[in-house]
Design a protein around this ligand. Structure first.
Ligand SMILES: O=P(O)(O)OC[C@H]1O[C@H](O[C@H]2O[C@H](CO)[C@@H](O)[C@H](O)[C@H]2O)[C@H](O)[C@@H](O)[C@@H]1O
Ligand SMILES: O=c1ccn([C@@H]2O[C@H](COP(=O)(O)OP(=O)(O)O)[C@@H](O)[C@H]2O)c(=O)[nH]1
Length: 482
């Protein structure tokens, strides 16, 4: 890099670090994400992003802009604001074509598989990408309408990689940050997206890009340095596409105290009574995942089958409860995995079930969080084995829901972002059914003292990296308080 560019970069970097702090501190927070939390209480949350952002915004308030979840015959449109506690919620309906090309198409058929290292499943089309850009502009219009000079914008996830670029084109100079909830893959994998350079240029219009783990951050940095002619600056900043962009690692967390409270339901809760009655004294293994190929459900079913094969004495006294609400059902790969799982669940039950024992209970529906937490608490094992996952909040919720006197054991994929923090879980390779089967047996026979030690170690990490810390660290850095 020549000295002039380096000098300019350093000056810009100093500006970012010093920040127009006074400005940002008085401005409002505008959060933008494709998915927002349901307005009505007690509904199942559609994934970790909505759950996490809702909790993070509930205490501090702000404007939250996102998709209503509706497709409108009247075309894409911005709806009137609603109030949800301290949060002002501004939602958008999508036109059918926008939904198809942006959400079902580019976001979930091209970006999602590649970000999860599954390029072979990716379906790319130029028209989907055009739709993706169009919807990013639509979101930018909604933000621009609401934006005051001192506001900061916090965008979330792979749906909005182009939001900052669309805002900058409108001349907007506010602080703009994005947090990526998914993994960021190795450069060679990211480059299988035909428009990777365009995406990287757009991403660099943000002032701050947040990642779940250091390896995700490094992968992005590596791509920018090697493929986008970027330069490294002090303090995890990069000079690329003529701008300074900062990067950081902010693992999303959970509210441990609230979860523990929810984990102890009222004694007369009818649904929990049903679960207790039907499980009886059986050991309970629980998994909770959106029905997504990244979650490793099929591989997990096979690992459980292996466990039953290898541990005859456990048959009849262990139940595996898999909760798997349908997700993105109009994307073909998601329809395929659903059929495959139904077949596998039927086959495994057909092979091992007895008159009074169903080894695998596969529920294709979602539950409200108030119901999930007591189920986690009742379980002896939380089995969380995604092939790749940005974080996986279920893993963290499972640990937080446990009774510290007699905690269950977490069996966790080494490829979930959560594995970087929950090192006291039994870490497994989700591609290896024998390793998962052995971990299940080890968890079931683990002495109480070891269970307590592992649980205490993980709780200490969860308390340290809470959801509030995630939010405050990201916003602090975005506003310039490095
Ligand atoms: O909005 P959907 O298409 O229905 O999908 C639900 C969400 O899935 C993904 O969640 C991610 O965020 C979690 C919280 O940070 C993280 O723990 C998990 O590993 C990620 O997969 C997706 O990234 C969200 O945008 C979706 O809303
Ligand atoms: O029936 C369900 C299934 C899941 N969840 C919640 O959805 C989130 C899933 O987040 P995670 O990070 O594990 O995965 P994602 O679905 O975001 O990929 C967690 O907070 C779960 O408690 C829920 O409320 N009801």
């Amino acid at each position: 890099m020549d000295e002039t560019i380096f000098g300019r970069a350093l000056t810009e970097l100093r500006d970012v670090a010093a920040g127009s702090l006074a400005q940002a501190e008085t401005g409002r927070l505008i959060v933008v994400s494709n998915r927002v939390a349901p307005i009505e209480e007690g509904q199942p949350t559609a994934g970790g992003l909505a759950a996490g952002v809702l909790d993070a915004l509930q205490t501090m308030g702000g404007l939250w802009i996102g998709w209503s979840g509706e497709i409108s015959a009247e075309g894409s449109r911005i709806l009137p604001e609603k109030q949800k506690g301290k949060i002002r919620l501004q939602t958008l309906d999508f036109a059918e074509a926008d939904y198809q090309q942006y959400y079902r198409g580019f976001a979930n058929s091209a970006l999602w598989p590649v970000l999860h290292y599954r390029s072979a499943l990716a379906r790319f089309s130029r028209s989907d990408y055009a739709g993706y850009r169009r919807v990013n502009e639509l979101f930018a219009n909604a933000v621009a309408d609401a934006l005051a000079p001192q506001d900061v914008v916090w965008a979330h996830d792979y749906h909005l990689l182009g939001l900052a670029a669309a805002l900058r084109e409108k001349g907007i100079t506010n602080r703009l940050g994005i947090f990526l909830h998914t993994p960021f893959p190795a450069a060679a994998v990211f480059m299988t997206i035909p428009v990777h350079a365009d995406l990287a240029r757009a991403l660099c219009q943000y002032d701050l890009i947040g990642f779940q783990t250091e390896s995700d951050r490094r992968a992005f940095e590596d791509y920018v340095l090697r493929e986008a002619d970027g330069h490294l600056l002090p303090g995890r900043a990069l000079m690329a596409f003529g701008r300074v962009v900062r990067t950081g690692v902010y693992p999303i967390g959970v509210q441990t105290e609230e979860i523990r409270e929810q984990a102890e339901p009222p004694a007369d809760c009818p649904q929990m009574a049903r679960l207790h009655r039907s499980i009886g004294e059986s050991k309970l293994i629980i998994s909770v995942d959106r029905l997504d190929y990244s979650k490793g459900l099929n591989e997990r079913f096979l690992a459980y089958e292996r466990f039953l094969e290898q541990n005859e004495s456990r048959r009849g006294s262990v139940t595996f409860l898999q909760i798997a609400p349908p997700s993105r059902s109009d994307v073909e790969t998601y329809r395929e995995i659903r059929l495959e799982l139904e077949r596998e669940a039927g086959r495994i039950n057909g092979r091992f079930a007895e008159l009074d024992w169903t080894p695998l209970r596969y529920l294709n529906k979602g539950f409200a969080r108030q119901m999930l937490m007591p189920m986690y608490a009742r379980a002896d094992i939380g089995l969380v084995t995604p092939m790749r996952d940005g974080m996986n909040l279920v893993a963290k919720e499972f640990v937080a829901a446990q009774n510290p006197i007699d905690p269950g054991v977490l069996v966790l994929s080494q490829f979930a972002g959560a594995a970087c923090e929950l090192k006291a879980a039994l870490l497994v390779n989700p591609h290896d059914p024998d390793e998962i089967a052995a971990a299940l047996e080890r968890a079931l026979s683990m002495p109480l003292s070891e269970r307590r030690e592992r649980h205490a170690e993980m709780m200490a990490v969860l308390r340290r990296n809470s959801l509030t810390v995630w939010r405050d660290r990201f916003l602090g850095d975005l506003k310039g308080r490095a």
